[in-house]
Design a protein around this ligand. Sequence first.
Ligand code: MEZ
Length: 537
Amino acid sequence: MYTDEMRKSAEKVAAARKANAELEPRRMTADEKDKLLATFHPDYKKSEFAELKIGPNKGEKVPLELAELLQGNSRVSPSDIDLSRTDYETDVLIIGGGGAGSSAAIEADEAGAKVMIVTKLRIGDANTMMAEGGIQAADKPNDSPAIHYLDAFGGGHFAAKPELLKSLVCEAPEAIQWLNDLGVEFDKDADGTMITTHGGGTSRKRMHAAKDYSGAEIMRTLRDEVFNRGIPVVDFTAAIELILDESGKACGAVLKNMETGEILIARAKTVIIATGGAGRLHYQGFPTSNHYGATADGLVLAYRAGAKLLYADTLQYHPTGVAYPEQIFGALVTEKVRSLGAKLINLDGEAFMHPLETRDVSAASIIRECSERGKGIATGGGNGVWLDTPMIELKNGEGTIEKRIPAMLRMFEKYGIDIRKEPILVYPTLHYQNGGIDISADCMSGVENLFVAGEAVGGIHGRNRLMGNSLLDIIVFGRNAGKNAAATAKTAKPGKPSLKHVASFADERKKAGITGNTVSPKLLPSYTHGNPRFEAK
Ligand code: MEZ
């Protein structure tokens, strides 16, 4: 499968494997990291950001593609929408059918609220499903939530909102127990002890996994629970605007049937945004590990309704996306591969960095190797570095790859690459939206009765997230959002529904001189445009 040029370099990797396996590359100093990030991390490329001219974050910079959507035109003309009709009525309306939305639905249902999920694709079409390596929780005797907090706070450049990070780490052990009780098949030893490993930037082994399809296993379990409880799921139906009442409280959404284009009205006492990430916006032309619907819709809905965003200028590029073969370009190669001992190696067979630096540092380091240092391996469309997977079995014994990372084995096997015998080519891929909607500790956004959970939230992780803290946050904040939205719904008495905020936003746009005909939320990626089979009606 590899070209002759690639093979020549792969031979150097094989020759140096034993020595590289024994080598402990040093960790970078804080100064070295800062310099590396400033020069090579995509978040620092000024020309790729634009200043927002309107809305709650006016004056702040966000990626060009996001700025266009946040300041875009609504998909509806408020005067055309008949708000007197009611197609759906519920206590808690959850927008998004991934891990956060499902966790929220389960807890709101448990609290006795009437709940409904709407999702533009199907329940489980979400980044949760795509997560591979695991979920963090400090539940071993040598660990504690305080140590987990320090790892995550440092890894996120000391920018996380303390009250959010505190909830994340303190509620983590219970979240794992909850998932275990629901039926998630975590990796365990023969005596039932959970197997845990390191991730980048963790000082303790606290990554719980279900082989290398942890997210799929968690999503499978949550989806079963949603169905078992009989919670209604309205699929192929996108939320295209929030509805607020006269006093500005969230009380529903304008929906659009993705197949027929029909406009529907959902009324609710509280609303939860759990719409996930933005990888399919392909910032700076990066490929993505994200699912098909990751187009930042929740951020657009909330922003237009007046909710502030936090750290929307910071994205996570997972260091190891597939660089070759091109059929799976950008797909995730889980960090667990490095947790199990594989190292990153350059063209000349050198282990050029510690394999478990934090993700922003690792990604920037790979980009430097492929650009300034000229030590990347040509892949046809670009460059990549080697991830020396055979090292895993050299260190841990034969059979480890099949047992611990079978999905990786299968993914490359399809293209004639046996990762037990040959290294693989990787390059950073757009993986996670570090920023999102600003919330308080109870998961409420700046708009009253509008709650947020999962990747659409900003501030839990600061300006960089550690592996396994995202599967954790969808559970912790999903559950909390569900409980709090249900409690609030008990006493909420929504006033007259209105789309005044949509009209005001359009006025603001005009006054600021924003022209352009971009409509948002985007709903589906751009490469569907022009193809009637995939176009959102
Ligand atoms: O938290 C993640 O993003 C994750 C577990 C990814 C991975 O490398 O597997």
